[in-house]
Ligand binder design. Structure first.
Ligand code: NDP
Length: 247
C-alpha cells in the first residue's frame, strides 16, 4: 500500500482509462477523488467498485476547462481532505475531422479540455503540493501527440502541447519535490476507440508490433509507477505505453 494517506484527484476518473487509474490508485491505498462532467452513473459505479474492494473514493463533478469550476473543486477537496498529493490529468475528448473541414469550435473545444484543462487543474493543485513539499502530476497524453494523425489536428496539437506543459512545469516545481510526467498511451480499448470503424481498427493493429490494442490497466500501471516513491527521481519525462507502435 504505497500510497496510504495520499489524496489523489483523477480527472475523467469515472470511466475508460480514468476508471482503471482510479481503481489502481485506490488499491495502492490512496483516497481518490473521481472527477466527471456529464455521466454521474459511471462515476458512481467506479466509486462503488473501489468501496467494494475496501478502498476510499469521493465523486467531484466539474468541467476541467472551466477555470472557476476547477478552482472551486480543488478548494473543496483541500477543505475536505486536507491536501492534494496526486493529480492525474486524464480527462480528454475528441472532435475529429480533416483540417479543411474542421470547425473552429472543434479546435477550441479540444484545446480547451485537453490542454487548458490540464493547465488549470495543475495550477489548482500546485499550491497545496508546494505547501507539503511533495506532489505528483501525471498528464495523459497520446501517441498521436508524437506521430500526428490525419483528421486529428486539434487532438494532436493538444496532446503535443501537454509535453511542453509537462517539461516546463517539471523545471518550475522540481525543487519543491513535485514531479510532473506524461504517460502517452497508444490505442487502448475504451469507448473512445470502440466507435472506430472495423477497417480503421484493422489498419491500426497492423501498425502495432505487439499486434493487439492496450487495456486501460496497462496505462494505469504506468501511472502507478510514476506516482510511487520508486519514481521519485523522474520528472519531465514521457512513458510510452503503445505496444511498440511509436518508438
Ligand atoms: P473516455 O471517452 O472513455 O472517457 C473520458 C473521460 O473524461 C470521462 O470520464 C469523461 O467524463 C471525462 N471528461 C470529458 N470531458 C471532460 C471535462 N470537460 N471535464 C471533466 N471530465 C471530462 O476516454 P478514454 O478513457 O479513452 O481516454 C482517457 C484519456 O486518455 C484521454 O485524455 C485520451 O485522450 C487519452 N488517450 C486515450 C486513448 C485511447 O485509445 N482510448 C489513446 C491515447 C490517449 P463524463 O463521462 O462525465 O463525460
Amino acid at each position: 500500500m504505497m500510497l496510504t494517506g495520499k489524496i489523489a484527484v483523477v480527472t475523467g476518473g469515472s470511466r475508460g482509462i480514468g476508471r482503471a487509474i482510479s481503481l489502481r490508485l485506490a488499491s495502492m491505498g490512496a483516497m481518490v477523488y473521481i472527477n466527471y462532467v456529464s455521466r454521474p452513473d459511471a462515476a458512481e459505479e467506479t466509486k462503488k467498485i473501489i468501496e467494494q474492494d475496501g478502498g476510499k473514493a469521493e465523486l467531484i463533478q466539474f468541467d476541467i476547462g472551466d477555470a472557476e469550476q476547477v478552482q472551486e473543486a480543488m478548494k473543496k477537496v483541500v477543505s475536505e481532505a486536507g491536501s492534494i498529493d496526486i493529480l492525474v490529468n486524464n480527462a480528454g475528448i475528441t472532435r475529429d475531422g480533416l483540417m479543411a473541414r474542421m470547425k473552429e469550435s472543434d479546435w477550441d473545444d479540444v484545446i480547451n479540455t485537453n490542454l487548458k484543462g490540464a493547465f488549470l487543474c495543475s495550477k489548482g493543485v500546485s499550491k497545496p503540493m508546494m505547501k507539503k513539499k511533495w506532489g505528483r502530476i501525471v498528464n495523459i497524453s497520446s501517441v498521436i501527440g508524437f506521430s500526428g494523425n490525419s483528421g486529428q489536428v486539434n487532438y494532436a496539437s493538444a496532446k503535443a502541447g501537454l509535453t511542453g506543459l509537462t517539461k516546463s512545469m517539471a523545471r518550475e516545481y522540481a525543487s519543491r519535490n513535485i514531479t510532473i510526467n506524461c504517460v502517452a498511451p497508444g490505442y487502448i480499448v475504451t469507448e473512445m476507440t470502440e466507435s472506430m470503424a472495423d477497417a480503421a481498427q484493422e489498419k491500426i493493429l497492423s501498425e502495432i508490433p505487439m499486434a493487439s490494442l492496450g487495456t486501460p490497466e496497462d496505462v494505469a500501471a504506468a501511472v502507478a509507477y510514476l506516482v510511487s516513491d520508486d519514481a521519485r527521481y523522474i520528472t519531465g519525462q514521457t512513458l510510452h505505453v503503445n505496444g511498440g507502435m511509436y518508438m
